[in-house]
Write a protein that binds this ligand. Sequence first.
Ligand SMILES: CC(=O)N[C@@H](Cc1ccccc1Cl)C(=O)N1CCC[C@]12C=C[C@@H]1CC[C@@H](C(=O)N3CCC[C@@H]4C=C[C@H]5CC[C@@H](C(=O)O)N5C(=O)[C@H]43)N1C2=O
Length: 115
Amino acid sequence: NATELFDMCQARATVMMYDDAGKRWVPAGSGAQAVSRVHIYQNPNNNSFRVVGRKLQADQQVVINCPLMRGIKYNQATPNFHQWRDARQVWGLNFSSKDEAMQFANTMMYALDVL
Ligand SMILES: CC(=O)N[C@@H](Cc1ccccc1Cl)C(=O)N1CCC[C@]12C=C[C@@H]1CC[C@@H](C(=O)N3CCC[C@@H]4C=C[C@H]5CC[C@@H](C(=O)O)N5C(=O)[C@H]43)N1C2=O
């Protein structure tokens, strides 16, 4: 049975990944850069967390599905652009508003604190 995940927070952001070879940011997912709704979900059964983002447009393409691992450093590079590294790549979130960025960061830092 699918575990009931707790939707801790949502924020609008453009999800980007850093292309180390090309030394440039590329939009996550296929097609043009577009705003996604990015969630932090908690699995209460095993106290795990993951960041999931889906494009706002019709296809709701999943553009990020990233488990949060203990020890991740969440970098608030600017009030609207936050980033972190996972095992394979660097994720960047360009938030639609500073308020959403702050809410997301607070939830992210809580999750990283209790992992
Ligand atoms: C030790 C370490 O790993 N450090 C990491 C960061 C980090 C630190 C600590 C923990 C985790 C991490 Cl991940 C690091 O520095 N990284 C991670 C990969 C990319 C980068 C490396 C070089 C470039 C130089 C400039 C800078 C950059 O990317 N931006 C500046 C701030 C916002 C600015 C905003 C938006 C994006 C949208 C496109 C481009 C633009 O605005 O047109 N852009 C930007 O230019 C953005 N870089 C980085 O962030």
